[in-house]
Design a protein around this ligand. Structure first.
Ligand SMILES: [Zn+2]
Length: 133
């Protein structure tokens, strides 16, 4: 029974020469990215994606924020937020935001300290464990 759920795949090609293989749009032989009818939309989306990534990179450099992959990186983000909030007019919401950010910052300090201590313990124990093996 060939129907809506059959294993149709996009007939578009990839740069390496393979077929795209993605699920095609329900009314055609191509996926959104390869359908000639949607070429303009896709080009616009790619352009937007490109400028968004450039903007992200610029802001990341300006604020010295690389991502959220480590405690140090998250701490930097909180630092930026704290500085922004501190520069605002003194209101009850600002005070609340500062208290909230301080809470997060102290939690991050705690987690960071635990990580450092754990790393030191591992460093100390590792050679001993190796001898025992
Ligand atoms: Zn495709």
């Amino acid at each position: 029974m060939a129907g809506k759920w059959s294993n149709r795949t996009c007939k578009g090609g990839r740069t390496g020469g393979d077929l795209c293989g993605a699920a095609p749009l329900s009314d055609g032989a191509f996926c959104l990215w390869h359908d000639p009818e949607h070429a303009e939309t896709v080009a616009e989306a790619r352009k937007l994606g490109g400028s968004r990534r450039r903007k992200e990179a610029t802001i990341g450099v300006a604020y010295d924020v690389q991502g959220l992959g480590s405690i140090a990186e998250i701490r930097r983000l909180v630092e930026v937020a704290v500085l922004d909030v501190l520069s605002l007019e003194n209101t009850v919401s600002r005070a609340r935001a500062i208290a909230y950010l301080a809470q997060i910052a102290s939690k991050l300090l705690e987690v960071g300290e635990h990580e450092e201590r754990l790393a030191r313990i591992e460093q100390t124990l590792e050679p001993r464990l190796r001898v025992q093996r």
